[in-house]
Design a protein around this ligand. Structure first.
Ligand code: HEM
Length: 484
């Protein structure tokens, strides 16, 4: 009897999963094979293939599954534009876990609906170009440590594993600009800030399965903390301590923390006020969203500059020429004048977008225009950013690193929504200006002072890290460095 019961149960489960796995077929949507849970290929590379397959068959959209959960993948840039911008009201959330007892989770990236809208409005003035200019010197200070570390490799003639050095550089930048902390990861690679930063990004399949499979309201009831108790405690204490120290000693610094404290203290406009917990969560997300994205962008840029020496030389010439016009001083305006640098950075973000895809969740039943398809409430969407960036229709020879893809002429030739490293629409990256600035300042300080070539220890063709949230190369990127 027991055996019979188990067999019937297993057959029922199997039939149910089979039925779940036909969700898109039943709706007449091109069904793209799902990535097996323990695949050796990263989800970013899988999605790149899924995009290419749907596109090669002229589909405007397709559907796949993550653990039997249906995921809609728009291919046509017009549909993508509608989702991200025109019909944003149907797709305003990222579908990520958040609940008030988990302080760090209540950050801008995770919130949705009205609470997201209100918070976004409060934080937007923190990222204007005027504020970036104000923080420029705080950022620039951190290049001294970067040049010192890379200089030691140049002087000793050792090959330089650049990935970790750049992660330490951007950790120091964000640590200083978001938390007002001098965390010195460049000097002390194993400090707590770096340790907890690394931990927050560690691939953790159990954590992801939990938030994907268990309804969030159940997790919330258990008081689940997505980032873990130790990470939560570390960042919470640090922000509280910084606030206390600044307030008792009347410290003023040119950084995000200062701007957030100013918003907190605007008592006359109550709806714009931030609480201490809100400040903690935002500092945390600025750190998470800000350090790894930019450090991988600088890493990939250096990789490409090391194997395209003509581009490296051209970039160096521009940097030196512009700096000459500013008497050798790097300032905010000088960065803005470096047009070729901008093209190099954009091309890097095209070939290696740190966010290879962007999540959305449908919050209100949506009929896809000019089709019979209805996307039901709760269905997840992934915008295939990397797929668009590697599509030969928009970028001829997409494997070739070619900054000319971002000349004004070529930019104008492309349809909208085919270059999305920062997303688009009301929810696009709020830190874009800062991300670009720190990427550019890091590159300027390195290319101005050092010459890079690729060391044969770098594994090519590149493979991407399997469990990473951000698009990161597997293994190290090894460079030979010489002083200029
Ligand atoms: C090269 C660097 C960066 C890249 C490529 C990048 C990319 C992105 C992308 C793709 C999104 C999702 C956009 C969407 O859903 O449409 C995003 C959101 C976000 N980013 Fe960035 N980012 C970078 C740097 C930064 C920095 C430096 C900060 C903060 C200081 C930051 C803070 C955020 C925040 C808070 C969000 C959530 C915005 C919201 O949901 O309203 N990012 N970023």
């Amino acid at each position: 009897m027991l055996l019979l019961f188990i067999s019937v149960f297993l057959v029922c489960v199997w039939l149910y999963l089979k039925w779940r796995n036909s969700y898109w077929n039943r709706r007449g949507v091109f069904q793209i094979e799902a990535r097996p849970l323990f695949s050796k290929v990263s989800s970013a590379e899988t999605m790149l293939k899924q995009y290419a397959r749907a596109k090669s068959l002229n589909h405007k959209y397709g559907g796949t599954y993550f653990l039997y959960v249906p995921v809609f993948i728009p291919i046509d840039p017009i549909i993508i534009k509608n989702i991200l911008q025109r019909d944003f009201i149907h797709f305003h959330g990222h579908g990520t876990y958040h609940q008030p007892k988990d302080v760090l989770s209540m950050n801008l990236f995770n919130l949705d609906g009205e609470s997201w809208k209100r918070l976004r409005a409060k934080l937007t003035p923190t990222f204007t170009s005027g504020k970036m200019k104000m923080m420029f010197d705080t950022l620039l200070e951190k290049t001294t440590g970067l040049k010192k570390v890379v200089g030691e490799y140049a002087d000793s003639g050792q090959t330089c594993a650049i990935k970790d050095i750049l992660a330490r550089f951007t950790t120091d930048v964000i640590g200083s600009c978001a938390f007002g902390i001098e965390c010195n990861s460049l000097e002390e690679p194993n400090n707590d800030f770096r340790k907890y930063g690394k931990k927050a990004f560690e691939p953790n399949i159990r954590k992801f399965l939990k938030v994907f499979l268990i309804p969030h309201w159940i997790l919330a009831k258990t008081g689940y903390k997505f980032s873990g108790e130790d990470v939560t405690e570390f960042f919470t204490n640090m922000v509280k301590e910084t606030i206390r120290y600044r307030e008792t000693n009347n410290i003023y610094r040119k950084d995000f923390m200062q701007l957030l404290l100013e918003i907190r203290n605007q008592k006359e406009t109550m709806d714009r006020v931030l609480t201490t917990n809100e400040i903690i969560a935002q500092c945390y997300v600025f750190f998470l969203a800000g350090f790894e994205t930019s450090s991988t962008a600088i890493t990939f840029a250096l990789l490409e500059l090391s194997r395209n020496l003509d581009v490296q030389e051209k970039l160096r010439r521009e940097i030196l020429q512009v700096l000459n016009e500013y008497n050798g001083t790097l300032c905010y305006e000088a960065v803005g004048d470096m047009k070729y640098l901008d093209m190099v950075v954009q091309e890097t973000l095209r070939k290696f977008p740190p966010a290879a895809s962007i999540p959305r969740v449908c919050s209100k039943r949506y009929k896809v225009p000019d089709s019979d398809l209805v996307i039901e409430k709760g269905v997840r969407v992934q915008i295939p950013v990397w797929g668009l960036h590697m599509d030969p229709e928009y970028y001829p020879d997409p494997e070739v690193f070619n900054p000319e893809n971002f000349s004004e002429e070529n930019r104008n030739k492309r349809p909208d929504f085919t270059f999305l490293p920062f997303g688009e629409g009301p929810r696009m990256c709020i830190g874009m200006r800062f991300g670009l600035l720190q990427t550019k300042v890091g590159l300027i300080s390195l290319i101005r002072n050092f010459h890079f070539t690729l060391n044969e220890k770098t594994k090519t063709p590149l493979e991407m890290e399997r469990g990473s949230i951000v698009l990161v190369a597997k293994g190290d990127i090894w460079l030979n460095v010489k002083r200029i």
